[in-house]
Design a protein around this ligand. Structure first.
Ligand code: GDP
Ligand code: MG
Length: 437
C-alpha cells in the first residue's frame, strides 16, 4: 500500500503545473492504490470527495503550495479514516494490570503476548505470562519457549484441562508476587465454535481483566470488520493489535475496517521476531505510508536492537546533534543498519524507503554504498550540490547510471531534512539530544 500511494504522490511532485486535471489524476492514482490495498470502496469514495472539497487548486498560487496542500489533505483524510477517536487502556505502574488476549487460532496471539510483555518490560514494567490455552497441543511449550527467550516469567500446566482454572491460578500467583502486567494468553479456535466464546467468557469472569486485547491477522482484509465486530459484541474488547502487516498488500483494508468498528488499534505486528512490534500511532503510520518515513520509529527499533550509535558512531552523533548531517553520516548509518541484519525490518523506516521489504531495501542500500565508495573524502563531507561532471564520474567509478547517483543524492537530501527536523524537535522538547538508551 505504502509504496503505491507514495508513488502517486511522487508523480505529483514531478508535475510542474498542478491544475484541476492533474489533481484529479493524482487522486485517481491514490484511490486506486487504496482500493488495491483492499480499503473499503465507500471509504475511498469518501476520501476522494473530502479531498476535492477541501482543496481548491485554482485558488492556490505556486505549484509547490498546491502539491503540499493536496498531500496534506490526503494525509488528513487517511488519518481521519484510521483514527477511532478513542483512547485505549493504559497500564498503570505499581498495581496489577491483567490483560487478556483473544483472537482466532493462528492470528498470532501467543507471539504477540510475548512481544507485548517484552515491550512493557523495556518500559520498566514487571511483566508475566499466563498460558490459558489447553486446547492446542504444544501451546504451553510454545509460550514457555517464547517467554524464556525474552526472560519473562510464565505460568501454565500440562495436566490441568480447565483454561479458566489455570488462568485464575496464574493471575493470582503473579498478583501475589507483585507483577504489574499479567498477560493471559487464551486459545483461539474457529469463529463458528460457540465453545470459543464460552471459554473466553469464563476466563474473563475468573480473571477480571483490566483490558481485553483482540489480536487480528491483517491478511483477512475487509473481513476484518465483521470479525472485529463479532468479538466486540462477545467480550469487552478494549484494544486491537493487528498482526502480519509485514507481508500483506491488504493491510490497509484490515486497518481501516477495524478503525471503523471504533476499537483503538494500539500496536501492529510486522514480523515473527520479538522486536517486530510497533506502537500504532495514526499520524506516523500515515506519513510513513505516504513515504515520509518514521525516524522516531527507527530510533525505537535501534534502541530495541541495542544499536548504540553514541558508541558505534560517536562522531556522527556529535555532528547530528549540532545539526549537521552529511553523506558520510548517511553511509555510517547505513553500515550500522546493515550490520543489524534481519533483526528488524528497519530500513523501510527510512524516509523515502517505505513499502520495500527487507531484501529490496538491503539491495538498494548496498548499491548506494558502492556509489559512496566512489566518492572522494571531500565529496562525502560536501554540503553543496554536486556538479554534473562529478555525478558522471561517480556513476562510472561505481558502474552505475548517473540517474542512480542522482537518486542517491535525492535520498540523502530527504534524510538530511528529516534528521535535522527530528533533532530540532527533540531539542525543543527539552531532550537536548536524541534519547538512544
Ligand atoms: P495463535 O494461534 O493466535 O497463538 O498464533 P501464534 O502466535 O502461534 O502465531 C501463528 C503464526 O503466525 C506463527 O508462525 C507466528 O510466527 C506467525 N506470526 C505472528 N505474528 C506475526 C507477524 O506480525 N508477522 C508474521 N510474518 N508472522 C507472524
Ligand atoms: Mg497460541
Amino acid at each position: 500500500l505504502g509504496s503505491k500511494v507514495a508513488l502517486a504522490l511522487r508523480k505529483m511532485t514531478q508535475a510542474t503545473v498542478i491544475d484541476q486535471t492533474v489533481m484529479n489524476e493524482m487522486l485517481s492514482e491514490i484511490c486506486k492504490a487504496l482500493l488495491q490495498a483492499d480499503v473499503n470502496v465507500a471509504q475511498v469514495k469518501h476520501l476522494r470527495e473530502q479531498v476535492k472539497r477541501n482543496v481548491d487548486v485554482e485558488a492556490l498560487a505556486g505549484g509547490l503550495n498546491k502539491r503540499k496542500m493536496l498531500e496534506q489533505a490526503v494525509c488528513n483524510e487517511l488519518c481521519a479514516m484510521l483514527d477511532p477517536g478513542k483512547e485505549p487502556y493504559q497500564p498503570k505502574k505499581k498495581q496489577p494490570n491483567v490483560i487478556m488476549f483473544v483472537g482466532l487460532q493462528g492470528c498470532g496471539k501467543t507471539t504477540t503476548c510475548t512481544k507485548y510483555a517484552y515491550m512493557y518490560k523495556r518500559k520498566g514494567f514487571k511483566c508475566a505470562l499466563v498460558c490459558a490455552d489447553t486446547f492446542r497441543a504444544g501451546a504451553f511449550d510454545q509460550l514457555k519457549q517464547n517467554a524464556t527467550k525474552a526472560k519473562i516469567p510464565f505460568y501454565g500446566s500440562y495436566t490441568e484441562t480447565d483454561p479458566a482454572q489455570i488462568a485464575a491460578e496464574g493471575v493470582q500467583k503473579f498478583k501475589d508476587e507483585g507483577y504489574e502486567i499479567i498477560i493471559v494468553d487464551t486459545s483461539g479456535r474457529h469463529m463458528q465454535e460457540e465453545a470459543l466464546f464460552e471459554e473466553m467468557e469464563q476466563v474473563a469472569q475468573l480473571t477480571q481483566p483490566d483490558d481485553v486485547v483482540f489480536v487480528m491477522d491483517s491478511s483477512i482484509g475487509q473481513a476484518a470488520h465483521e470479525q472485529a465486530t463479532a468479538f466486540k459484541s462477545k467480550v469487552a474488547v478494549g484494544s486491537v493489535i493487528i498482526t502480519k502487516l509485514d507481508g500483506h498488500a491488504k493491510g490497509g483494508g484490515a486497518l481501516s475496517a477495524v478503525a471503523a468498528t471504533g476499537a483503538p488499534i494500539t500496536n501492529i505486528g510486522t514480523g515473527e521476531h520479538i522486536e517486530d512490534f510497533e506502537e500504532f500511532e495514526v499520524k506516523s503510520f500515515v506519513s510513513r505510508m505516504l513515504g515520509k518515513g518514521n525516524i522516531a520509529g527507527l530510533m525505537e527499533k535501534m534502541k530495541a536492537a541495542d544499536v548504540d550509535l553514541e558508541k558505534q558512531a560517536p562522531e556522527m552523533m556529535k555532528r547530528l546533534q549540532s545539526g549537521q548531517w552529511t553523506l558520510r553520516d548517511m553511509r555510517e548509518q547505513f553500515q550500522a543498519v546493515l550490520k543489524m541484519g534481519p533483526l528488524g525490518n528497519i530500513m523501510n523506516q527510512f524516509p523515502g524507503m517505505s513499502g520495500l521489504d527487507f531484501h529490496e531495501s538491503g539491495v538498494r542500500i548496498k548499491k548506494w554504498m558502492t556509489m559512496m565508495d566512489s566518492m572522494t573524502e571531500a565529496e562525502l563531507d560536501e554540503t553543496k550540490s554536486f556538479a554534473p561532471s562529478r555525478i558522471v564520474r561517480i556513476a562510472r567509478g561505481s558502474g552505475h547510471h548517473p540517474q542512480e547517483v542522482v537518486e542517491l543524492l535525492e535520498q540523502f537530501k530527504l534524510m538530511q531534512t528529516t534528521m535535522q527536523k527530528t533533532m530540532k524537535k527533540n531539542k525543543k522538547m527539552g531532550k537536548g539530544q536524541m534519547d538512544l538508551h
